[in-house]
Design a protein around this ligand. Structure first.
Ligand SMILES: NC(=O)c1ccc[n+]([C@@H]2O[C@H](COP(=O)([O-])OP(=O)(O)OC[C@H]3O[C@@H](n4cnc5c(N)ncnc54)[C@H](O)[C@@H]3O)[C@@H](O)[C@H]2O)c1
Length: 271
């Protein structure tokens, strides 16, 4: 798929994989990127990108992606500026680690993983990611309707693509009951949207990154990474956000690919 002339919305764009994806898209010649994050570092990203590419290529949107009013206002602005947004990489995400059931060794009483955290993780990683993707598809669908074209035909260029960010944890990972659930569910969202959105010429895919050197991962203790993650990773190092961004661009640009891509550095955890 040609990136030339297309507009992308990337959430979680202030940091890590989202930020690297913005820069990778720009290097590959995309027309414009909407960089969305609750951190105003996206404003700085827009400035840096303008300096590097010599034009206003990044539009920053600062807000919480779980806020429906913010999402709708962002898309209203994007429609006004560009008409149609063809690409979405909803990368904003959080981890809220904790064992599913813990037993207090003194009292013998058990405690459950906090339901509030479970719901918070799903709200951001699953619900918000899905709705930002659906808003994107809606702009393409409306644009096609206005141009009086119905079902997408193979002799047209592919119109757009969504790439969700899953995780190796979607296959199950101790201490990540909420995170793993959110990422595994995105696989089902990808497969379902893919069946619907091709009507409008929009493909859907998901990348499952392994442990990637970003602020999210750096919240883990270095000792934990060295003892529990690197020994189970064939490359014996963390992935770089740019490597994941490269995989995302591959999924976006190569229309022959559907489904999921595991960019896991050979992650093989013990049972
Ligand atoms: N780092 C890894 O090892 C790893 C592995 C697999 C998958 N992932 C996934 O990749 C994606 C990006 O993660 P990252 O590692 O780059 O993390 P990161 O912490 O560097 O970036 C996440 C960004 O999301 C933003 N964000 C969080 N909550 C938000 C909200 N409610 N509204 C708007 N923005 C919000 C943060 O401000 C931050 O800029 C996430 O979906 C994560 O689950 C990361």
């Amino acid at each position: 798929m040609e990136l030339n002339g297309k507009v992308a919305v990337v959430t979680g764009a202030a940091s890590g994989i989202g930020r690297a994806t913005c820069m990778a898209l720009l290097k590959r010649g995309i027309e414009a990127v909407a960089a969305v994050d609750r951190s105003d570092a996206v404003v700085e990203l827009a400035r840096t990108a303008a300096g590097e590419f010599g034009r206003e290529v990044v539009t920053p949107y600062v807000g919480d992606v779980t806020d429906v009013a913010f999402r709708q206002a962002t898309f209203a602005d994007l429609r006004r500026r560009f008409g149609c947004v063809q690409i979405c990489v909803p990368a904003a995400g959080i981890v809220r680690d904790g064992l599913a059931v813990k037993i207090d060794k003194e009292t013998g009483k058990s405690s459950l993983y906090p339901q509030e955290q479970f719901e918070q993780t799903l709200e951001l990683n699953l619900t918000a990611a899905t709705y930002w993707a659906m808003e994107t598809v809606a702009t393409v669908a409306e644009d096609r309707f206005a141009r009086k074209v119905g079902r997408w035909e193979p002799n047209e260029n592919v119109q757009g693509c969504i790439v969700f960010i899953g995780s190796v944890s979607s296959a199950g990972n101790r201490g990540q009951v909420s995170y793993a659930a959110s990422k595994a569910a995105l696989e089902a969202v990808t497969n379902t949207l893919a069946k619907e959105t091709m009507y409008h010429g929009v493909r859907c895919a998901i990348i499952h990154p392994g442990f990637t050197d970003t602020p999210m991962l750096n919240a883990m203790e270095r000792r934990y990474i060295e003892q529990n993650i690197l020994p189970n990773t064939q490359l014996r190092r963390l992935l770089r956000p740019e490597e994941i961004a490269d995989g995302i661009c591959f999924l976006l640009q190569n229309s022959a690919i559907s489904g999921s891509l595991w960019a896991d550095a050979g992650w093989h955890p013990a049972a």
